[in-house]
Design a protein around this ligand. Structure first.
Ligand code: ARG
Length: 572
């Protein structure tokens, strides 16, 4: 149980009594005591009384005897709360014997659709898709662990006008030849060659245009070639997911093309609802509240002037399907911040159409870019966008070299395994530990370092605890009595019981850097504890208690890292 919440629940009735109306006690961790409540200061003006007098009266009404050893009014009117050792020990014990580490399953489980990864067919996955994939996968793991029904949706870009030129290029190359090139994962050169021809050769452009028409008409021969492109790309994406160790599978692939058959009906529905207006030959929805720089209402184009449907229509169809057919109430879209407006408009239009009505809601879980060491968008030396596979392979190679160097006792197979888990972990953690709303700089030295807020640091903390047990040949007894005497032990205990609170908060705001920051603080608190408090050499009762603290720390680190999609090697 989260102590902040426990104390808040005890203080709230007392504040309500004194203030004559509900008042948030504003409890937070403090340097002076364990916790502090500042609410009396905020109430003073309104009640026309001194904050110290208010705080003192609150203390008289609050039931805190079983939780706190010291409660006092300090400074201008703060409430300082020191948690009783036995109360803290009781909370740690409850955690130690809880298979879910004190984290309850959701009281009302929901069906959640997580739209993530979503690379485009016949294009290499690049670092831009990395963030979506890593954040989306963490969300899927977290919400699933909390008991929600999670539906992963990989909204692949597998339809649209570029397929005209891509198919014609495939024809030019010869199917076998092309399939071979594509299966090597060389999607980018294929796309670029097609593009170059399209830009330079009028006859090719003409063929491409005719091909798009054939594709949209459902011409079987054309569809077969299109499927070939989709399959080769899908195979490539699956290798990346495997390398990246994410939970997405082929069953989660729901490309844009899967909505083709319902785009017509969706637009008809919008028309029937009176939501369509024609603008420059295109059928548009004008969701309220969106205006351009010139103050004119912004259109969401659902049918282009050439009769084709585009990205917005597909997203509207997807919402209708997700809420209507799949019964989802929470729709999450892990997509870069530049698409913010697109999603806001799509959600607004879907709400107008009645496809997104409470309790169902949609959230754009946006994120910034990955930058190179020069502070600009990450690019390869040739100035192109960096391929994801290359980046992941580099991470693994670097981490494997470091694993060999750091621990010569690892045999070759272990070094390779550790290198993979640490390398991939480092890439994911660098992403998840930074505030997703911001850009971040990809810095190999930093992300692979054993010091600081990094995956290797946390993985190492975990493996170090496991080695304590392994070397001594002992196990922790979760039922053992917990004795908290040293300040470093208390500090560790406070971190441990904070897990549930952080998990609950991140399930709402999907800001995984809070979970990462928590795990980092936990590992640091463990390290301070382990430096100051002997474990195996302590007296039997203390030793048993400390073994539980060690084991609990390892379990929380492991579960927390699992939720971030990061493995925890037993040895490294
Ligand atoms: N394929 C798109 C891109 O690469 C992302 C799709 C995101 N999902 C969605 N439902 N629109 O930009």
């Amino acid at each position: 149980m989260d102590l902040e919440k426990l104390l808040t629940d005890r203080l709230a009735p007392a504040f309500a009594k004194v203030a004559d109306e509900p008042a948030d006690p504003v409890v937070r961790r403090s340097q002076r005591a364990d916790f502090q409540s500042d609410a009396a200061l905020a109430l003073a003006r309104r009640l026309g009384r001194s904050p110290r007098a208010i705080a003192a009266e609150v203390l008289r009404h609050a039931e805190l005897a079983d939780l706190c050893s010291v409660v006092e009014v300090s400074g201008p009117g703060f409430l300082n709360l020191t948690v009783a050792d036995e109360a803290l020990a009781g909370l740690v014990s409850a955690l130690a014997t809880s298979p879910r580490l004190g984290v309850p399953v959701a009281a009302s489980p929901e069906t959640v659709v997580i739209d993530y990864s979503a690379p485009n067919v016949a294009k290499e996955m690049h670092v831009g898709h990395l963030r979506s994939t890593v954040i989306g996968d963490a969300a899927a793991r977290l919400l699933e662990w909390l008991g929600h029904r999670v539906l992963r949706a990989n909204h692949l870009g597998d339809w649209g006008t570029p397929f005209g030129m891509l198919i014609e290029h495939l024809v030019d190359l010869g199917e076998v030849e092309a399939a071979q090139g594509l299966s090597m994962g060389d999607l980018d050169s294929f796309y670029k060659a097609a593009r170059a021809k399209f830009d330079a050769v009028e006859a090719f452009r003409e063929r491409s245009r005719r091909r798009v028409v054939a594709l949209q008409r459902g011409d079987e021969a054309t569809l077969r070639l299109w499927r070939l492109l989709v399959q080769q790309s899908a195979r490539h994406f699956l290798t990346v997911y495997d390398l990246l160790d994410v939970t997405l599978t082929e069953r989660d692939f729901h490309g844009e093309s899967s909505y083709n058959d319902v785009l017509g009906p969706v637009v008809e529905d919008l028309d029937r609802l009176g939501l369509l207006r024609e603008s420059e030959g295109a059928a548009c929805v004008f969701p309220p509240g969106f205006v351009g720089r010139d103050g004119a209402p912004l259109p969401l184009i659902v049918r282009k002037s050439d009769g084709g449907y585009g990205y917005p229509a597909t997203d509207l169809a997807a919402i209708r399907h997700r809420t209507g057919t799949l019964g989802a109430t929470r729709l999450l879209y892990m997509v870069g911040l530049p698409q913010r407006q697109h999603f806001e408009m799509v959600y607004a239009a879907a709400a107008q159409a009645g496809w997104l009505a409470p309790p169902a809601r949609a959230e754009h879980v946006g994120f910034g870019s990955i930058l190179g060491s020069d502070g600009r968008m990450l690019r390869s030396r040739a100035g192109e966008s960096v391929k994801l596979v290359g980046l992941l392979e580099e991470a693994i190679a670097r981490a494997t070299a470091l694993a060999r160097e750091r621990n010569p006792e690892l045999d070759e197979a272990e070094a390779i395994e550790v290198g993979r888990e640490v390398g991939i972990g480092a890439v994911k953690y660098a992403d998840l530990s930074s505030d997703r709303h911001r850009d971040y700089v990809l810095d190999w030295e930093r992300m692979l370092s054993l010091d600081g807020n990094t995956a290797p640091y946390l993985q190492y903390a975990y493996s170090r605890i496991r080695s304590i047990f392994r070397r001594a040949g002992v196990a922790a007894q979760p039922e053992a009595e917990i004795l908290l005497v040293e300040p470093a032990e208390r500090a560790l205990a406070f971190e441990l019981i904070g897990f549930g609170g952080v998990v609950g908060e991140v399930a709402v705001n999907l800001e995984f850097h809070h979970l990462a920051g928590y795990l980092y603080r936990l590992a640091a608190a463990f390290s301070a504890f382990y430096e100051r408090c002997p474990v195996l050499r302590a007296d039997p009762a203390v030793r048993e208690s400390r073994l539980v603290l060690c084991d609990l720390t390892a379990r929380v680190l492991r579960q927390g890292l699992y939720l971030l999609g990061i493995r925890t090697p037993e040895r490294m």
